[in-house]
Design a protein around this ligand. Structure first.
Ligand code: CA
Length: 234
């Protein structure tokens, strides 16, 4: 049997959730390495160098954020955070510290596996899933010419303002990754985000989505996680 499966380190202290997720992953042909504490996860991470880490933040010995820092000191291994719905601030902090994505408990196998696939793909093609060689990005009918700063959907040019273009380019460069409001604001306007800057971002995003013809409840290019940020769909 050829052993070329992706290795996933699953860090979760609740054994019922851990077993459930491990079963989901193994059924999808991933190899799992299981840890129940942060310190156990650190040593398993170092010995196995997994391709991806699924990390519960609430661990008995230390905050899961410790493992995030530990990994991000020298590796870009994709990290998906598992978090409870009530911990919005934790999710945002984890994304800003370099987590690739998060899944909110309770979640279904389909959702988790989609995030795992996206994070692995994203890591494989570095930060630019749809980017093709000559400064262009192509994905499901969306085309961006980074040199000319022009955007097309199914061959039709979308006329964007400078700011709108900058946001679209940023999200495309991080395609599949959830970008927090703070991270987008910092990249587009610089500095720290304030109440007004989130509003400014939301207004720009609303205009972008209108120009792209995004409709609520449909498969669109942009996804908004309320209170967290935006992601460009793969
Ligand atoms: Ca926990």
């Amino acid at each position: 049997m050829i052993q070329n499966k992706y290795k996933i380190l699953l860090v979760e202290d609740e054994s019922n959730i851990r077993n459930l997720v491990a079963t989901m992953l193994e059924a999808a042909n991933y190899q799992t390495i299981l840890a129940g504490t942060c310190s156990e996860a650190k040593s398993l991470y170092t010995s196995y160098l997994p391709d991806l880490v699924i990390l519960d933040l609430g661990l008995p010995d230390m905050d899961g954020m410790n493992l995030l820092d530990f990994i991000r000191r020298d590796a870009l291994t994709p990290i998906i955070v598992l978090s409870a719905r009530t911990n919005e601030a934790d999710k945002i902090a984890a994304l800003d510290k370099g987590a690739n994505d998060y899944v909110t408990k309770p979640f279904g196998a389909g959702e988790l596996l989609a995030r795992v696939r996206a994070a692995l793909r994203n890591a494989r093609f570095s930060t630019s899933v749809g980017r093709v060689s000559d400064g262009r990005f192509e994905l499901n009918g969306l085309e961006i010419d980074y040199d000319a700063r022009r955007v097309f959907v199914k061959g039709e040019e979308i006329k964007l303002t400078q700011t709108e273009y900058n946001i679209v380019a940023l999200l495309s460069e991080n395609c599949g990754k959830m970008m927090t409001y703070a991270a987008i604001i910092k990249a587009i306007w610089g500095g720290v985000s304030q109440e007004g800057s989130v509003k400014k971002l939301q207004v720009n995003m609303a205009n972008i989505r209108k120009k792209f013809g995004d409709k609520p409840g449909e498969q669109n290019y942009f996804v908004n996680e309320l209170g967290v940020g935006y992601r460009m769909n793969e």
